[in-house]
Design a protein. Structure first.
Length: 408
């Protein structure tokens, strides 16, 4: 065995038990690891199965059908169990048949946690409520849209949370949209956020939010100014919530009102993160990730991504890959964070097109407007008040909203 940093290599040529036995290859996973990757190959004529065990208990088995498997906290290759990673692990080789001169080469890579951008969907539906597609179809559509994560927020039901994807490349958050006569709010991150969703008064809406919050849900108030009576938020804002959905589906007057209300909250000194969501229901009307949430997360786990939602480390954009914005330098504050008064804030935009306009917004409103002169552009602004945030518009059509950077 040779070890180099986070890479273990094993070569097995000795099979003391012969056919119908097991060989176990040990490795240790520290707290800093986000993903385990295992690859193996064996010489022709032999049949060697593959599995993984953690702390003496099996965490997956794939026979001899897969040459590469991965395990993460919230996703894994089919046949393997996602879950906690730190501990004492073994690659388990099932020795079905050993040919003369048999050799097995095994490579284990431990991928460190690292902060980076992820893009995904925080508001969508399936046939488990009033959506027009199955859960697996919804997951497939989200993956085809280039998303890293999707939250399926069916109305007042949790049955959709039982179905898991076979594609470990996308994270699927358990969720529910609490749907009441006084507005809708998403509970992210829990299979069952509340014991009973029924609300008979506006006060009970707040009580359900308190219950979900106590259980660990990340809570987003949805489309607060939707024109339908039931969709408009009428339960007050003195309730526990983590973010406000300012862009719901296709841009419409209720989104204009939500954006204006969010600005009012920020001017009043409230640090309320903004999100967006396609509110996908029917496949011919909306697409997953339009709008999208581009989150700067400490790692590829649901817990870290939802922490990024709560922290406002989010850029809400028209689509997953159309236009991006991020601090122009690693030393600059992330969206949602604070910075000393008088700081210079520089943001880099990629994917701009002719006709786009970058707007700088503070508590005084729009204080700076810059036309796009190239696809890649950096805009610098002074943080001289409570907050500064950035928008990109194309005429009357919005394309991107950053969360604010706050003055300290």
């Amino acid at each position: 065995m040779a070890f180099a940093g986070t890479h273990f290599d094993f070569t097995v040529t000795d099979f003391p038990g012969g056919d119908k036995s097991f060989v176990e290859l040990p490795f240790t996973v520290p707290e800093t690891i986000e993903r385990i990757e295992v690859s193996y190959a064996f010489t022709s004529g032999s049949v060697i199965d593959l599995g993984l065990a953690r702390n003496g208990r099996m965490r997956g088995w794939s026979g001899s059908e897969r040459g590469h498997v991965t395990v993460e906290g919230d996703s894994a290759t089919p046949g393997y169990d996602a879950g906690s990673l730190p501990g004492d692990w073994h690659v388990v080789l099932g020795i079905v048949k050993v040919a003369e001169g048999a050799r097995v080469d095994v490579s284990v890579r431990l991928i460190e946690r690292r902060a980076r951008w992820f893009v995904g969907e925080l508001h969508s539906h399936s046939e488990h409520s009033d959506g027009g597609v199955t859960v697996l179809d919804a997951i497939y559509r989200a993956r085809q849209a280039g998303l890293d994560f999707v939250s399926i927020t069916d109305h007042n039901t949790i049955s959709q949370n039982i179905i898991r994807p076979d594609d470990p490349a996308i994270l699927v958050f358990p969720a529910m949209e609490l749907t009441t006569y006084w507005g809708h709010t998403n509970f992210h991150g829990l299979v069952q956020p509340v014991a009973d969703w029924r609300c008979r008064t506006p006060a009970e809406v707040g009580e359900k939010m308190i219950e979900a919050k106590a259980n660990g849900a990340t809570i987003v108030i949805n489309h607060p100014f939707q024109r339908s009576a039931g969709g408009k938020w009428q339960a007050g804002f003195d309730v526990p919530f983590d973010a406000l959905e300012i862009w719901n589906g296709n841009w419409a007057p209720h989104n204009v009102d939500a954006l204006a209300f969010w600005q009012e909250l920020l001017v009043a000194g409230k640090r309320i993160p903004a999100t967006g969501g396609s509110d996908f229901h029917q496949k011919n009307r909306r697409r997953h990730g339009r709008p999208s949430n581009r989150l700067f997360s400490e790692a590829r786990t649901m817990a870290d991504l939802l922490a990024a939602v709560r922290a406002g480390h989010n850029v809400v954009a028209f689509s997953a890959d159309d236009l991006t914005a991020e601090p122009a330098d690693a030393g600059l504050p992330m969206f949602g964070n604070g910075s000393p008064a008088g700081s210079s804030i520089a943001v880099r935009f990629d994917g701009l097109v002719k006709g786009d306009e970058i707007r700088v917004v503070t508590e005084r409103g729009v204080v700076q407007q810059e036309p796009a002169v190239s696809g890649h552009q950096t805009l610098e602004s002074q943080l001289d008040g409570r907050f500064v945030r950035f928008e990109v518009w194309h005429g009357e059509t919005p394309k991107l909203f950053t969360n604010p950077i706050y003055g300290e």
